[in-house]
Design a binder for this molecule. Structure first.
Ligand code: SAJ
Length: 417
């Protein structure tokens, strides 16, 4: 069976590679020539445990070939990005373009699966009519399904294989055909439903995460107001058998949680109230970090203009090299705007909008303030007494991820502490 995977990003490349290792004849399609060249050599820039091994195996076996054009195949899997517009709506242009390129090659009996995160109804109301421009009818001449990815960045390969999947087909045959492909590599359960339910399920998962993080963030703001340490309070509340409060932090980044929940709001503007409010609470956390920095400078009786401020970690979360939608960006922009000299250090991120200092010692030397924005392992193990000695007088430490327990000798601020 020949499968054409359209979009070789974070989801598409691993999916194409694993299908190739399961014996499918896989054509990986991408618009980026570097990704194509690397894929054909069995290489990837995505740093995830075990991933380079399967990409390499897929390319070497000859079962995976990467190229820029969609070809005729038995099945097509669409894994393209769905960014958000300035009006907080899903930008479906990549999905539409993928659909159009597939429509040209579509044959009777084919299956098309969409994996990209989309507003409910997209498979049936947006993708289906584009594919039917081929002259073939969905459900009669070809099969169509929606199967959302559920991978946690940082644990990609494991989750690709182990997690259960939802397959939303537009009819029984579409569901059955998609299941046949996914069950070749998915060890978790596969649950079948219709395409709009599957789209909604994915968005519900990420909205639940966003709302729960917002609640933790709100608890932190309240704790600061009433003089309680939120970490101790959360720890005690979580002793309740049915309570599991998440971690307050400097903001919510990544390509999923700050974006996908808006796709529900887009479809239910009059009804959704909790989701947009939660998203705004999370979006406001970088401003809260700025207010903590200003407060600490005022306590130290130091001017922020000209001060050396060292940012530790710009990844959107700990132990990943991904800085997409990182809350560090608005924080750095604001600090630069108020005239601070900002030095940025991250041991993992290489692709960032501002220059990254590679030398940790240079970053902290004669610094006035350290601002932790990503909970990388390295920052949890820092020797703060040595670091303090290398900094200027009255050193400031703002812990945007609440990873520091003992801040002796620093003017300290945490989120909710
Ligand atoms: N964060 C907090 N507090 C927390 C947890 C996270 O502030 O208690 C922040 C993180 O620092 C990060 C952001 O939220 O900036 C998102 O991190 P995350 O770990 O919640 O989510 P992602 O984006 O790495 O991956 C999520 C996953 N979803 C869930 O855990 C529900 C993953 O399973 C999805 O497949 C992925 O989104 C996706 O592709 O949708």
């Amino acid at each position: 069976m020949k499968i054409c995977v359209v979009g070789l990003g974070y989801i598409g490349l691993p999916t194409a590679s694993i299908l190739a290792t399961r014996g499918f004849d896989v054509i990986g399609v991408d618009t980026n020539p570097t990704i194509i060249d690397k894929g054909n050599c069995g290489k990837t820039d995505i740093e995830e445990t075990g991933l380079s091994t399967i990409v390499d195996a897929a390319a070497k076996s000859g079962q995976l070939k990467c190229q820029k054009d969609v070809v005729e195949a038995d099945a097509f899997i669409i894994c393209v990005p769905t960014p958000i517009t300035s009006e907080k709506k899903a930008d479906l242009s990549y999905v539409e373009a993928a659909g159009r390129s597939i429509a040209f090659k579509l044959l009777t009996g084919n299956l098309v699966v969409l994996e990209s995160t989309v507003p409910p109804g997209t498979t049936n109301n947006v993708l289906r009519p584009i594919l039917e421009e081929s002259g073939l009818i969905a459900g009669k001449d070809f099969h169509l399904a929606y199967c959302p990815e559920r991978i946690l960045p940082g644990n990609l390969l494991n989750e690709l294989i182990k997690n259960g999947r939802i397959i939303g087909g537009i009819d029984e045959d579409s569901r059955a055909m998609a299941k046949k492909i996914y069950e070749t590599f998915v060890e978790g359960n596969i649950y079948l439903t219709d395409s709009t339910t599957a789209e909604f399920v994915k968005l519900m998962e990420n909205a639940t995460r966003a709302v729960n993080i917002a609640l933790a963030n709100e608890f932190a703001l309240v704790a600061d107001e009433i003089g309680v340490n939120v970490l101790e309070a959360i720890n005690l509340a979580n002793k309740h058998p049915r309570i599991d409060i998440l971690h307050p932090g400097a903001g919510v980044g990544g390509h999923c949680i700050p974006i996908d929940p808006w796709f529900i709001v887009e479809k239910s503007k009059e009804i959704s109230r909790l989701i947009p409010l939660s998203m705004k609470i999370n979006e406001n956390m970088p401003s809260y970090v700025i207010s903590l920095i200003l407060e600490a400078f005022s306590e130290a009786e130091k001017e922020i203009i000209g001060a050396k401020i060292s940012i530790l970690g710009v990844a959107y979360k700990g132990n990943v090299n991904d800085a997409r939608e990182s809350p560090a960006v608005p924080i750095i922009q604001k600090l630069k705007y108020v005239g601070a000299k900002v030095t940025i250090y991250d041991p993992l991120v290489t692709n960032f909008r501002f220059e990254i200092e590679r030398d940790f010692k240079k970053t902290i030397f004669e610094s006035d303030a350290l601002i932790i924005l990503a909970d990388h392992r390295q920052f949890k193990d820092m020797n703060l007494s040595v670091i303090r000695e290398m900094m200027n007088e009255k050193p400031i430490l703002v812990d945007g991820r609440n990873i520091i327990d003992d801040s002796d000798g620093f003017i300290f601020r945490g989120i909710g502490r």
